[in-house]
Design a protein around this ligand. Structure first.
Ligand SMILES: [Fe+2]
Ligand SMILES: [Fe+2]
Length: 411
C-alpha cells in the first residue's frame, strides 16, 4: 500500500487541525483516499478531544467536583432569594430534595472516580475526586444530623433567625440543683445509667426549646406591636413568654435531676433582623404555633393520659399540655389577623405552605424509649406521630377554611 500526504480539499482544514495536534493520520490510501482520510481524521478528532477532556477517571473527578461547587453556589443563591421573597418555608422541602440529590450524585461520582484511580493509578483528577468525596460526604452528614437531630421537634414556639431555629447552649452550674416549680423532683433512684443518660439528653433538649420559646414570644409581642396588631394578641404573646419561662425552668430541673448536676442555659444572643413581615408572621404562626405547639400540646396530653408517669414529669406535662394549647390558640388568632390585613401576599404564602406541610412527624432516628424512659416523659414513635397527625389535620382543615374566608372577603 502506497501512502502519500493527500488531504482532500474538503478535509483540508481538518487535516491541518490534526497536524497541529501532532498526528500523522493526514495521509490517505490511494485506493480509498477520501474515505480513509475522513475515517482517520474522525478517529484522530475524537482522540484529540479525548486528550483534552482527559481519561475517563479524570472526567468523573471533574464532574463530581464541578457538581459540588455548582450545588453550593446555586442553592445558596436560591436560599437567599427565597428569604428575600419570604418564601423560604414554602420551598424548603423541594429545595432540600434537590440539594440531597445533587450531593448524593456528586458523592457517587467522586467515589466512582476514586475506585477508578485505585484500579488505574494516576494523579490526574485525584485531587478533584478527593475534594468531591470529602465535601459532599460532609454535607450529607450535616444534613442527616440536622434531619435526625432533636428528639421530637418543638416543645414551645420556635425561635427563628432568618428562618432557622436557634437554641441556647447548656452549661453545668456550680450552685445547688434548681428545684422543680411544682415542688417535685424527678425520682432517679430506680433508673439505670442508660435510662438516666437518655432522659438527661431528652429533657435537656426539651428545656433548650422551651427556653428559646421565651425569646420567640418576646419578639413576637414586639413585632405585633410594630405591625399594629390588636392589643389582645400582644398581651397574649407577653403572657406566653412568661409561661415558656416556667416550662424552661421545669424542664431544666428535670434534666438536672437525670444529669446529677445542675444545668442551665447559656445566654442566648440573637441577631436583630428587623420587624418581620406579615407573611413571616403568618407562616411562623401557622408552622410553629398552630402545627408545632398544637402537636406539642397533643403529645403532652397523650403522655399525661397514658398514666404511670413519674410525679414530677406528670406535673410538668400537665402544665405544658395546657399552656401549649393556649399558645396554639394564640397562633390561630395571629394567623387570622395576618390573613385579614396582609392581603394577597399572605394568602399566597399560606396556601403554598399548607400544601407543603409534612403530614407525618419528623423521624428521630432513635429507637422507641424503654418502659422507664416512657414513664419519665419520652413518647413512643406511635404517640409522637399520632400527636403530629392530629395537629396536622386540624391545621390543614382550619387554615384552609380561614384562607378561603379571607380570600372571599378580599374579593
Ligand atoms: Fe412551652
Ligand atoms: Fe409554647
Amino acid at each position: 500500500m502506497k501512502l502519500r500526504y493527500a488531504p482532500t480539499e474538503l478535509d483540508e482544514h481538518r487535516a491541518r487541525w490534526v497536524r497541529r495536534s501532532g498526528n500523522i493520520v493526514s495521509m490517505a490510501c490511494d485506493d480509498q483516499p477520501d474515505a480513509n482520510a475522513s475515517r482517520r481524521l474522525e478517529t484522530s478528532g475524537l482522540d484529540a478531544l479525548s486528550r483534552r477532556l482527559g481519561p475517563p477517571t479524570s472526567r468523573l473527578s471533574v464532574a463530581a467536583a464541578t457538581l459540588v461547587v455548582l450545588t453550593w453556589i446555586v442553592l445558596s443563591i436560591a436560599v437567599m432569594v427565597a428569604e428575600l421573597l419570604s418564601v423560604a418555608d414554602s420551598i424548603a422541602v423541594p429545595l432540600g430534595v434537590i440539594m440531597v440529590l445533587c450531593i448524593v450524585t456528586s458523592l457517587a461520582l467522586g467515589v466512582a472516580a476514586l475506585v477508578e484511580h485505585a484500579r488505574v493509578p494516576q494523579l490526574r483528577g485525584l485531587a478533584q475526586a478527593i475534594f468531591a468525596v470529602v465535601v459532599s460526604g460532609a454535607e450529607l452528614m450535616i444534613i442527616l444530623h440536622a434531619y435526625f437531630s432533636g428528639f421530637i421537634g418543638p416543645h414551645g414556639r420556635r425561635l427563628r433567625v432568618r428562618g432557622r431555629p436557634v437554641l441556647a447552649r447548656v452549661r453545668a452550674r456550680a450552685s445547688e440543683r434548681p428545684s422543680c416549680p411544682s415542688g417535685h423532683r424527678a425520682t432517679v433512684a430506680s433508673l439505670d445509667e442508660v435510662d438516666r443518660a437518655a432522659l438527661r439528653d431528652y429533657w435537656t433538649w426539651v428545656a433548650r426549646e422551651e427556653h428559646a420559646s421565651i425569646t420567640a414570644f418576646e419578639r413576637l409581642a414586639v413585632a405585633l406591636r410594630e405591625r399594629g396588631a390588636p392589643r389582645s394578641l400582644i398581651v397574649g404573646a407577653q403572657m406566653a413568654a412568661q409561661q415558656e419561662a416556667d416550662h424552661a425552668a421545669r424542664c431544666f430541673a428535670l434534666a438536672s435531676a437525670y444529669a446529677g448536676q445542675s444545668l442551665e442555659p447559656c445566654a442566648l444572643v440573637v441577631e436583630d433582623t428587623g420587624t418581620p413581615t406579615l407573611v413571616t408572621l403568618a407562616l411562623e404562626a401557622l408552622i410553629d404555633g398552630c402545627l408545632g405547639e398544637g402537636s406539642s400540646a397533643a403529645e403532652a396530653a397523650l403522655l399525661v393520659g397514658g398514666g404511670d408517669t413519674a410525679k414530677a414529669v406528670h406535673d410538668t406535662l400537665v402544665v405544658i399540655a395546657r399552656d401549649e394549647a393556649e399558645h396554639a390558640a394564640l397562633s390561630w388568632a395571629v394567623l387570622e389577623w395576618c390573613l385579614a390585613v396582609g392581603g394577597a401576599p399572605v394568602h399566597v404564602a399560606v396556601k403554598r405552605t399548607l400544601a407543603a406541610l409534612a403530614p407525618r412527624a419528623k423521624p428521630t432516628g432513635l429507637t422507641d424509649p424503654s418502659a422507664s424512659q416512657r414513664a419519665h416523659g419520652m413518647a413512643t414513635g406511635v404517640e409522637r406521630d399520632a400527636a403530629w397527625r392530629a395537629a396536622h389535620d386540624v391545621t390543614v382543615t382550619r387554615a384552609s377554611a380561614l384562607l378561603g374566608h379571607a380570600i372571599s372577603r378580599a374579593a
